[in-house]
Design a protein around this ligand. Structure first.
Ligand code: BT5
Length: 374
């Protein structure tokens, strides 16, 4: 009898990696497998995957050293042919493994992608990202996150994709998410707050990404209220916060973050291109996505815990430091009206305060801001 036996889609690699190695790879979005043959095939493929992960873990522990096939085979209790097959398969996934007669195998480099075992290997968080769903390609990580959250996925669950075919922005807009060039992911959070406080998480996420990017690359990003991060005046990151709530309590929040890491000018559509950029384009060199992603998760966890302990005030301070909105002439397009004036401040809730030429001050808790009014 198989506990939690689920089907794994063949064209999409979907892994849940529940913490400690070797983990178990299942796809809970798929229906139960009922067919016995399928169960057996599934079990075999999971066992193969598991022993491949063990080979990788072994090589990782002895990074830079040569390990003989014989040692691997003995320690992991698998045949030498199986070791060789796993090495081949790992190489296909982008691992650089040298093989020398008489010396054995040596792990030289790991690929810059978000395989769960790679993310987990260097992750410094306590709970955020410890349940991780990885997709080589998916429609939208926010969409998957909402389905998982509806199914009861725990707080801190992260869904990451190398490529999104239907990446989404706000108000039904689309988000360009080409393969292996960006950091496209969503986080499920279950804060015990009232729905009116949910927009604060957008600002919190912005602060966390700014900190992580600065730490890893030295590049200062500016925050345009509420959800854009800019570099050199162009958008490098967007945040999509979605919420499911009762009148007085949040059930869950999905925080979707899209960061343009190594996109080139040609990756953007002609309409988006004049307003968009990437870390690569700003720095003039590619960035390693994996350590940056791990750092973002750490910063998010740190800021989220601080927000829960101390409230919005510290986030507000950090946000104001990185803001490029305050003090500027802005045009705010909210669902009710278009309002022009000077952005004065954000308040204790994270709402933007704007004063028009006549001295009227308006408060916005959502909307679009353009910095140069037209
Ligand atoms: C956003 O919306 O900025 C939120 C973007 C959130 C994307 C993440 S990726 C992971 C997660 N899964 C999802 O499906 N979404 C989230 P908004 O403020 O509405 O901006 C959207 C607009 O930005 C588009 O209409 C384009 O003009 C522009 N745009 C599209 N792709 C872009 C990109 N890669 N870089 C910069 N600008 C882009």
């Amino acid at each position: 009898m198989l506990p939690r036996c689920k089907k794994r889609q063949s064209e999409i690699t979907t892994w849940i990696f529940p913490g400690t190695f070797p983990g178990k790879y299942v796809n809970p979005l798929e229906q139960e497998i009922v067919d016995n043959q399928e169960k057996e095939d599934y079990n075999i493929s999971m066992a193969i995957e598991g022993s491949k992960q063990q080979v990788l873990e072994f090589l990782r522990r002895h990074r830079g050293e040569y390990i003989s096939g014989e040692d691997l085979s003995r320690d992991l209790a698998i045949s030498r042919t199986a070791v060789w097959k796993h090495i081949q398969s790992l190489r296909q996934e982008g691992y650089r493994i040298d093989a020398q007669t008489r010396r054995g195998y040596c792990l030289l480099a790991t690929p810059d992608c978000f395989y769960p075992e790679e993310v987990t290997a260097g992750l410094e968080t306590a709970w955020l990202g410890r349940t991780l769903y990885y997709y080589d390609e998916v429609g939208s990580t926010n969409q998957v996150a909402k389905e998982l959250a509806d199914d009861g996925a725990p707080e801190g669950t992260v869904i990451v994709a190398e490529c999104q075919t239907g990446g989404r922005g706000r108000r039904g807009r689309s988000w360009i998410s080409p393969a292996r060039k960006g950091i496209w992911f969503s986080v499920i959070l279950r804060p015990r707050v009232a729905p009116v406080q949910a927009p604060q998480l957008t600002l919190l996420a912005a602060v966390a990404v700014v900190a992580a990017v600065r730490e890893r690359t030295g590049l200062p990003l500016g925050i345009k209220w509420p959800n854009d991060l800019l570099a050199g005046g162009r958008k490098v990151c967007g945040i999509l916060t979605e919420i499911k709530a009762e009148i007085d309590a949040v059930e869950y929040i999905v925080l979707g973050i899209g960061l343009n890491a190594n996109l080139e000018a040609g990756d953007f559509s002609p309409e988006v291109s004049p307003q968009a950029t990437s870390l690569y384009l700003e720095l003039g060199r590619p960035v390693e996505r994996l350590p940056l992603f791990q750092r973002i998760l750490s910063c998010l966890e740190k800021w989220y815990e601080r927000w829960q302990d101390e409230g919005f005030a510290p986030v507000r301070e950090a946000w104001k430091e990185a803001s490029i909105t305050l003090g500027q002439e802005v045009r705010v397009n909210s669902w009710r009206e278009v309002f022009q004036g000077v952005a004065l401040d954000i308040d204790d809730e994270g709402s933007l305060l704007v004063r028009d030429a006549g001295g009227r001050i308006r408060r916005f808790n959502s909307g679009e801001v353009s910095l140069r009014p037209v």
